[in-house]
Ligand binder design. Structure first.
Ligand SMILES: Cc1cc2nc3c(=O)[nH]c(=O)nc-3n(C[C@H](O)[C@H](O)[C@H](O)COP(=O)(O)OP(=O)(O)OC[C@H]3O[C@@H](n4cnc5c(N)ncnc54)[C@H](O)[C@@H]3O)c2cc1C
Length: 419
């Protein structure tokens, strides 16, 4: 155990480990990476591992594009083994509104330099042989999107940070943040105190709880998200693209000869970590295959292979975790108002694994130079659009963001034109 450092990063998931790595690489400030569980063991290793570069805003699109570049050079940058597949991604519109959304995304891709364009239905079927395009209105293809085994990101960054001199403190719970004259002065843990000037709250589902240790309000709602992976299926190969169906909020990708399916249901289970036992580990979270069966049914016309999910389609894995949703659907990244030295990297909106390489780099630059390397105000902790009250209003907005994950406009299904 150490008693002093300069930066304490709380949480060794994708976001915290990336911040710790980028700080350690700069060799300017001493860093400690603290986790109450085993390193890299909570939500991050349970992700699907998909990138999606064209996001809702130009800022997030630029960060997601930077993250893909950093994933491409991950092994070289960290010295850690790393494998990824880059077959690109299909995005499918079955409703008129979503065809319009795809047009806007192609435009955003052009403005931000991300390759993305419409492809013919025939071409889409050639790329993804399990796809039936009956009733589909339009499909885009983004050739540089990729997928990977998710644990590689937090494990790789944590190991690399350790080799660069960061103190690694697994099984150490942060129980307090000491603030003196409005500035961070240290943290208390169940193993002792650590004096420091900066704290990065990257505590995943616990981010809000950890921020409250410094009396800071960082509203976000941990929300259960699940996926399944089938046993090997004839005809699946790793070079088939990620496939997303917008109105159903469902994604599919190849995984070791089988197919992975995950998605966003209308009424997800939300958690309040203040009322969860301190011993809670994500691996103990109850899962519900019924949710994924329902999502599979909603795409059975396009992906008939999943019509048998949970019946005679054998599964290799069913997993889930607790990403956090925000009321405005944007991540939370930056310094906390009124507590100098306290930063947050969270509010991942189920997209934090793949963007973590970029968020870690920009947050490390901010801490090292004293100012953000780009305008990150849309992600600011404490921004009004993410701070709804009372709590039920916040939860409702987060539920709405989750259940319309792939929709850029928040129409209800009834409002969306299907003609
Ligand atoms: C099924 C599923 C599929 C997903 N698919 C994708 C995808 O395709 N692409 C994508 O980008 N994202 C995806 N996500 C989202 C992604 O997993 C999250 O955005 C990401 O893992 C968030 O990382 P994190 O570092 O914030 O959280 P975590 O990985 O949960 O790390 C937080 C850490 O903080 C630690 N901690 C908390 N409180 C304390 C404390 N008081 N003291 C010390 N340590 C503490 C915890 O122990 C934990 O290890 C998916 C998520 C799920 C569940």
């Amino acid at each position: 155990m150490i008693s002093e450092t300069e930066v304490v990063v709380i949480g060794s998931g994708a976001l915290g480990s990336s911040v710790a790595f980028h700080l350690a690489k700069a060799q300017k400030l001493a860093v400690a990476l603290v986790d109450m569980h085993e390193l890299a063991s909570q939500t991050s290793p349970r992700a699907a591992g998909l990138t999606s570069q064209v996001r809702r805003s130009e800022l997030m699109t630029r960060l997601a594009k930077l993250a893909v570049k950093k994933i491409e050079s991950f092994a070289e940058d960290t010295g850690e083994p790393f494998t990824f597949f880059q077959p690109g991604a299909l995005k499918i519109a079955r409703l008129a509104n979503h065809e319009a959304q795809l047009k806007a995304e192609v435009e955003r891709g052009r403005r931000t330099g991300v390759e993305l364009d419409f492809i013919s239905l025939d071409e889409a079927r050639r790329k993804m042989p399990f796809l039936d395009t009956k009733g589909v209105r339009a499909i885009t293809f983004s050739p540089t999107d990729l997928y990977l085994e998710p644990a590689q990101i937090p494990v790789g960054y944590s190991r690399a940070a350790g080799k660069l001199g960061a103190a690694m403190l697994p099984h150490t719970r942060v129980t307090g943040i000491k603030v003196t004259n409005g500035a961070v002065a240290g943290v208390s843990t169940d193993k002792g105190e650590i004096r420091c000037r900066f704290v990065v709250d990257a505590a995943g589902a616990w981010t809000r709880l950890v921020a409250s240790l410094a009396s800071a309000r960082v509203p976000m709602v941990p929300t259960r998200h699940q996926l399944v992976i089938t046993q090997a299926i004839d005809g699946v190969s790793s070079d088939q693209p990620i496939t997303r169906i917008i109105d159903a909020n469902v994604y599919v990708r190849p995984d070791n000869g089988g197919l992975m399916l995950g998605g966003y249901e209308k009424t997800p289970i939300q958690y309040d970590m203040a009322h969860v036992a301190p011993s809670f580990d994500i691996q103990d979270m109850p899962l519900d295959l019924g949710v994924l069966r329902g999502l599979a049914q909603s795409v059975r016309d396009q992906l008939p292979v999943f019509a048998r999910l949970g019946q005679d389609l054998p599964l290799r894995e069913h997993r889930g975790g607790l990403p956090t949703m925000t009321a405005d659907g944007e991540h939370v990244v930056g310094s906390v108002p009124n507590v100098r030295g306290l930063f947050v990297a969270g509010g991942c909106c189920v997209g934090g694994l793949s963007i973590a390489p970029a968020i870690g780099e920009v947050l490390a630059e901010w801490i090292l130079s004293g100012r953000p390397p780009m305008d990150l105000s849309a992600l600011a902790p404490g921004r009004a659009s993410a701070d709804l009250r009372p709590e039920e209003r916040l939860r409702e907005a987060c539920r709405d963001q989750y259940s319309h994950h792939y929709w850029e406009r928040h129409e209800t299904a009834a409002e969306a034109t299907s003609g």
